[in-house]
Write a protein that binds this ligand. Structure first.
Ligand SMILES: Cc1cc2nc3c(=O)[nH]c(=O)nc-3n(C[C@H](O)[C@H](O)[C@H](O)COP(=O)(O)O)c2cc1C
Length: 185
């Protein structure tokens, strides 16, 4: 049974494609760990069903949320993420939009924390060229940073590393059958 709900929005299909690649990467660890859905067809209740969540969002229109996330965003005022663990991945273009690279990740991360969620999956900002980003906190992005426009060759290795990080940060490794400490042992 799936343990993680992944919700993405995508105008041109890149984020949808990456969502599927993330699902497959988790699959290699444990089959059917991730259930994937488009935020365009999602309700607050659909999200509240999960304790572990991944949100996927590209930045559009110079520092704005992707269209379907933009529509969903006001509904998040009613979303209670207390006790839930959330990771975000974002797509953007670090050269054409260097001063708003991945801004939507920063906007969504703020909202997740406002809703009481526990944010994991922070990602080093080393290896990217950009002037500014709302997704930056010190030397880290508030989620996995992907650039399918200029660094598509790095996407697979970034996904693999991030998924390994999340298996630990989501506590999935400890939930594996047989991994519980033996009483008295
Ligand atoms: C009109 C337009 C505006 C964009 N604005 C930004 C931006 O402000 N920041 C950014 O990082 N990327 C920006 N992008 C790049 C997209 O986020 C990137 O192409 C992404 O892969 C699109 O994902 P999608 O195919 O899932 O919609 C923009 C792209 C276009 C065409």
């Amino acid at each position: 049974m799936a343990k993680i709900g992944l919700f993405y929005g995508s105008n041109d299909g890149h984020t949808e494609d990456v969502a599927e690649r993330i699902r497959v990467a988790f699959d290699a660890y444990e089959p059917d760990l991730v259930s994937v859905a488009n935020i365009a067809h999602t309700s607050i209740e659909d999200i509240e069903h999960w304790d572990k969540l991944i949100f996927g969002i590209p930045t559009w229109n110079i520092g704005q949320l992707q269209d379907d996330w933009y529509i969903f965003f006001p509904k998040m005022d009613a979303l209670d993420l207390t006790g839930k663990t959330i990771a975000i991945f974002g797509l953007g273009d670090q050269y054409e939009y260097s001063s708003t690279f991945l801004d939507a990740v920063g906007i969504l991360a703020d909202k997740v924390m406002e809703c009481g969620g526990d944010l994991v999956g922070l990602w080093s900002a080393k290896g990217y060229q950009h002037w500014d980003s709302l997704a930056l906190e010190g030397d880290y992005f508030l989620g996995l940073a992907l650039d399918e426009d200029h660094q598509p060759e790095l996407t697979d290795s970034r996904i693999q590393a991030w998924v390994a990080q999340l298996i630990s940060e989501f506590g999935i490794a400890e939930e594996q059958p047989g991994s519980e400490p033996v009483a008295g042992g």
